[in-house]
Design a protein around this ligand. Sequence first.
Ligand SMILES: NC(=O)c1ccc[n+]([C@@H]2O[C@H](COP(=O)([O-])OP(=O)(O)OC[C@H]3O[C@@H](n4cnc5c(N)ncnc54)[C@H](OP(=O)(O)O)[C@@H]3O)[C@@H](O)[C@H]2O)c1
Length: 325
Amino acid sequence: MRAVIAAGAGGPEVLSVSDVPDVEPGPGEVAITVAATAVNRADLLQRQGFYPPPPGASDVIGLECSGTIAALGAEVDGWEVGDEVCALLAGGGYASRVVVPAGQVMPVPDGVDLVTAAAIPEVAATVWSNVFMVAGLQPTESLLVHGGAGGIGTFAIQLASQLGARVFTTGGTSDKLAACAALGADVTINYRDEDFVQVVRDRTDGAGVDVILDNMGAKYLGRNVEALALQGRLVIIGMQGGTKGELDISALLRKRGAVIATSLRSRPVAEKAAICASLVEHVWPLVAEGLVRPVVHSTMPLEDVAAAHALMESGEHLGKIVLTV
Ligand SMILES: NC(=O)c1ccc[n+]([C@@H]2O[C@H](COP(=O)([O-])OP(=O)(O)OC[C@H]3O[C@@H](n4cnc5c(N)ncnc54)[C@H](OP(=O)(O)O)[C@@H]3O)[C@@H](O)[C@H]2O)c1
């Protein structure tokens, strides 16, 4: 099989494609012949040496893929060799073949081509598990999505909007914010020249938003709590603005608010399987109807992996970057 290997930690140039020994499925696992994978911000951190794979996971970067089932390990029910699928991975996606626990394998949603399906598992699982399963966003509530034009953001806006919530989002350019509005964001905020707390207050009669999906971490911690409504839930999934912030507990306490932080990759296999099953039940029908669609900025061959990482680092992308294998 072919896989992206890294010549040490460093910039995009450390990545190249090489021949490596085939991986084989163990009990409860399937092997997938990969059609495509997609770039996630965590991949950049792993390449730089800051985000090692969890114990037992492949050293090869890549948190999601689409493809065809090539082999079944023992004790796998419900899948056949040849099935077209997509999968949530703990690693190993930047390769022509990957093994994954069967519970993290999902059918390709109807109406989505096999390559584009690679752009769905990580964003769908992150958004669904955090915004809906953890924060319990209700159709009558509001959601603030930071970084609405990113892979996570474009999916979160569509899903929350389809489920009836009022969606606020931040972004860095007017073009990106226009795209967010087209995806269903009701209120768009340019984080470079507007104060999101003030805009949220102005547009909610001072009440604040019920749920915040945050990619910035420390930099926005205090302001996110200010922007929360009574009984609001702040879910932190990223640390693009640092890891150590200061929290005014009295402000959180007065709001009876919650601050939650989660990581998908390190969760036990059974939890990931439950998230995937919930996705197929609740989110796949919306994708099949075209109400929620993966937003793909560009599709590049796996050999261009360094250029794909450089593109994500530039911040010029809108939505996902897909790599075909
Ligand atoms: N915890 C988990 O399980 C989990 C899982 C998946 C992803 N994540 C995290 O989710 C985040 C998004 O991932 P992704 O793959 O969607 O990456 P991405 O496509 O590169 O998106 C990053 C986003 O950050 C935005 N951004 C940059 N500076 C900002 C600021 N000051 N205020 C608000 N937004 C800002 C960018 O907005 P502009 O482009 O408009 O500048 C862009 O939309 C990352 O931090 C990633 O690590 C966490």
